[in-house]
Ligand binder design. Structure first.
Ligand SMILES: Nc1ncnc2c1ncn2[C@@H]1O[C@H](COP(=O)(O)OS(=O)(=O)O)[C@@H](OP(=O)(O)O)[C@H]1O
Length: 450
């Protein structure tokens, strides 16, 4: 029993096995029993459950395997580097830019897998090596050409690092990091536009803050919004299998604002030649609002609508649904008794937020508008707050109750900053250990943590 592919389709193994069994049967008193293959496999895995998960190795790493392998097969159909994600950090833009390089090619598109092969992280892994290798073209020059594969959910997968290290131990690994709160929000918007019922039913704030008693689809969405953002923990898992020198961490904000500089760094890291001049090949497209490929004739090739989506910023999301209304009512009640919640720091200085911590994010967000104690905190823009909140839907109230809705929305970012605080501190330590600079968003988050 072996978990390696039967590389040479050799029949010697089964032949030897059958004759060994015959020998044992005829020369001893042992009673041998067998079963049909599937039942036999089940029995085997009952006895050795730890072997249930295969771990594919590179056939070319062992001369004995290579020697018996079919001549048509080649290890050139394996990636030299992987873009592992996480999702919504700019991985597709990085692919587009890399593919402009004459010596770089990616896995082939397939109706089976849509955008990504997703081999190392899920059930596709059980389809085996031949299945995976079939996604890669034959490179014109296997020594200098670079094949790669991008599957953005590898980043947070428990299995992917171990599996990837077993098959392509020398591969380089590229990851992109953006503020995990923005990543979570972008993922939420992605799910909404893909019609995920939970993302359509619940607003972002509800998704990220909901407790364990929530319906399973909401919890599942919450997980996919939040868990990939535990950057340090996921990176440590990759670093357990790949050397730090094999890992490139790209600042997603920089990729977005100065892609040519990032591409120069990436080329250097990969060791790909010739050097490609991205400063000339990329241009900012004001309509798209992102950098795109500059084509002959001055036209641009940008990513499709699903990358760089148009949606309201997290701060201005309109509160929806009953829980949102309840929370908004809470803000209103806090505003009605300002003395309990606004304490003057000095007679002239700005007022500090007081009250219970639950109210703090709201009040902090409202504060810029309420720097001096409002004459009548129950009124906004001359209208009673309570009246604004009753009657018409919250959506209609945006222009009038703007302060409150702003306060409400700020709360998601405040919540996420505090949710990711420890993860971000760990990430800063990790980057420090690797001798890498801290991205601007991480510096800001660390300052908030002080
Ligand atoms: N040049 C360029 N063009 C378009 N989009 C760009 C670019 N650079 C970075 N980004 C950001 O990439 C976000 C999508 O990330 P991914 O490609 O990793 O998403 S996915 O996981 O593959 O779905 C996408 O997120 P959204 O803005 O939420 O759509 C963009 O913010």
């Amino acid at each position: 029993m072996t978990h390696l592919s039967n590389y040479g389709n050799d029949r010697l193994g089964p032949y030897t096995f059958v004759h060994l069994a015959d020998f044992v049967h005829s020369c001893t008193n042992l009673r041998l029993q067998t079963l049909p293959p599937v039942q036999l496999a089940r029995k085997y895995f009952e006895l050795f459950p730890e072997q249930r998960d295969p771990l594919w190795q590179n056939p070319c790493d062992d001369k004995r395997h290579k020697d018996i392998w079919s001549r048509e097969k080649t290890c050139d159909h394996l990636p030299k580097f992987l873009i592992i994600g996480p999702q919504k950090t700019g991985t597709t833009a990085l692919c587009l830019f890399l593919l402009m390089h004459p010596s770089v090619a990616s896995s082939l598109p397939s109706p089976q897998t849509l955008e990504e092969v997703q081999f190392f992280n899920g059930n596709n892994y059980h389809k085996g090596l031949d299945w995976y290798m079939a996604f890669f073209p034959t490179p014109p020059n296997a020594t200098t050409d670079f094949l790669f594969e991008k599957s953005a959910s590898y980043f947070h997968s428990e299995d992917a690092p171990k599996r990837a290290a077993s098959l392509v131990p020398k591969a380089k690994i590229i990851t992109i990091l953006v503020d995990p709160s923005d990543r979570a929000y972008s993922w939420y918007q992605h799910q909404r536009s893909h019609g995920d019922p939970a993302a359509l039913r619940f607003d972002f704030h509800e998704v990220v803050t909901t407790g364990q008693q929530a319906p399973p689809d909401l919890l599942a969405l919450q997980r996919t919004c939040l868990v990939p953002g535990w950057y340090a923990a996921h990176l440590e898992r990759w670093l357990a299998y790949f050397a730090a020198s094999q890992l490139l961490i790209i600042d997603g904000q920089q990729l977005r604002s100065s892609p040519a500089a990032v591409m120069d760094e990436t080329q250097k890291f990969l060791g790909v030649t010739p050097h490609y001049n991205y400063s000339r090949a990329l241009t900012f497209d004001p309509q798209k609002g992102f950098w795109c490929q500059l084509l002959d004739g001055g036209k641009t090739k940008c990513l499709g609508k699903s990358k760089g989506r148009k949606y309201p910023p997290m701060d201005s999301e309109v509160a929806r649904g009953a829980p949102a209304r309840r929370e908004l009512a809470l803000v209103t009640s806090r505003l009605r008794s300002p003395r309990r919640h606004y304490e003057p720091r000095s007679s002239r200085g700005p007022r500090r937020c007081g009250g219970r911590s639950r109210t703090q994010p709201y009040l902090m967000a409202v504060r810029p508008k309420l720097r001096t104690r409002p004459r009548d905190p129950c009124r906004l823009h001359g209208r009673p707050v309570s009246g604004l909140l009753r009657g018409r839907g919250l959506r209609d109230l945006v222009p009038r109750a703007g302060d409150l809705l702003l306060a409400f929305a700020f709360q998601s970012r405040t919540f996420l900053s505090s949710y990711y605080r420890d993860h971000n501190v760990e990430l800063a330590k990790l980057l420090h250990r690797l001798g890498q600079p801290l991205p601007a968003w991480l510096r800001q988050e660390l300052q908030k943590a002080r």
